[in-house]
Design a protein around this ligand. Structure first.
Ligand code: ADP
Length: 305
């Protein structure tokens, strides 16, 4: 019977699902948006990916979840932190990557990758909207420009303006003042993207700049966000084909590893009953995973963050 595994990223803004065949080829991939931490959104993403792969959920041998709502997914056999899954997915998408910048709907993270392609260090902003997709969404609304258009419009900016506040609420007030002073929308949006870039520079500084540098997450689809971050860091960012599904892809690769390990053990010792552990991580990685869990649990306990 053909082997399929699934990775699900239950994000704060969108649900993502990636299905791999036994050779690690992507046979289904989807992104669905139905509002904040939406179970409906993630279920839609799963249904779309299954349809694209032409299989049923019963055909999936193992499912790994990640993301903001990863523990809410009963369908998942195991769950891993966003840091682990995003790093895994980004490095598989861009082999040789040494730094991953992931900007999603509610958080932004920078992950340093070691020589073996594993997480060396990470820094995360999940305390406020500054430097996240939420910041861009709030300010797109203030400028009355659709989210998808804000990046291309910002790229036509002529005048350099500054938004000094990192807080989305105060930045919104600044944006309204700039518009009231007669500045054009492209220039104001240029300043909005420069503000998100300066926040990202701060996160990169916390782990140390390294190249090649990859950008993932939904915000990697915003051309101006990429441009202003590149300008602020003085580097060229590598953007994978589907940057928003990096976490789900990483989760699917982990699911495939686990199935392969279990099968290899079965072949070596057919008498042995192999049970893939619900959540497995190697000993040297345990301390880091605990730190990630701590960060993420703090966010989950504090809905305002
Ligand atoms: P999460 O995993 O937290 O749900 P995502 O990685 O899916 O977040 O990113 C969601 C964010 O991506 C949105 O807040 C939005 O700012 C941005 N985004 C998604 N698609 C686009 C697009 N086509 N153009 C500009 N920004 C986008």
């Amino acid at each position: 019977m053909a082997l399929f595994v699934m990775g699900i990223d239950f994000g704060s803004t969108t649900g993502k699902a990636v299905i791999l065949d036994g050779a690690g080829k992507v046979v289904g991939s989807s992104v669905a948006s139905k509002g904040s931490v939406s179970d409906e959104g993630v279920q839609d993403a799963i249904a779309m990916a299954l349809e694209q792969a032409g299989i049923n959920i019963a055909d999936v041998a193992r499912t790994v979840s990640t993301g903001y709502g990863r523990r809410m997914l009963e369908i998942a056999d195991a769950s891993y932190t966003e840091i682990t899954c995003h790093a895994r997915g980004a490095v598989a998408m861009v082999p040789g990557a040494r730094l991953v910048i992931d900007i999603g709907g509610q958080d932004s993270k920078v992950i340093a990758i070691d020589d073996n392609g594993l997480v060396a260090q990470f820094a995360m902003n999940d305390r406020c909207a500054a430097g996240t997709g939420k910041f861009l969404e709030t300010l797109a609304r203030a400028v009355q420009v659709p989210l998808n258009d804000m990046g291309p419009l910002a790229m036509t900016a002529k005048e350099t303006l500054t938004i000094s506040s990192m807080c989305a609420t105060f930045a919104e007030t600044e944006v309204i003042s700039l518009l009231a002073e007669g500045h054009g929308k492209p220039d104001v949006l240029g300043a909005v993207h420069a503000a998100i870039a300066s926040r990202t520079v701060g996160l990169v500084a916390r782990v140390g700049s390294r190249t090649p540098m990859v950008m993932t997450g939904g915000v990697a689809q915003n051309v101006a966000a990429v441009h202003y971050i590149e300008k602020a860091l003085g580097v060229t960012l590598l953007i994978p084909l589907n940057p928003q599904t990096a976490g789900a892809y990483g989760a699917a690769l982990i699911a495939l590893d686990e199935v392969s390990t279990a099968r290899a053990a079965e072949e070596t010792d057919p008498q042995r009953e192999v049970d893939v552990p619900p959540v497995s991580c190697t000993a040297p990685r345990r301390a880091r995973v605990r730190a990630e869990e701590h960060l993420l649990q703090r966010r989950e306990k504090s809905p305002a963050l």
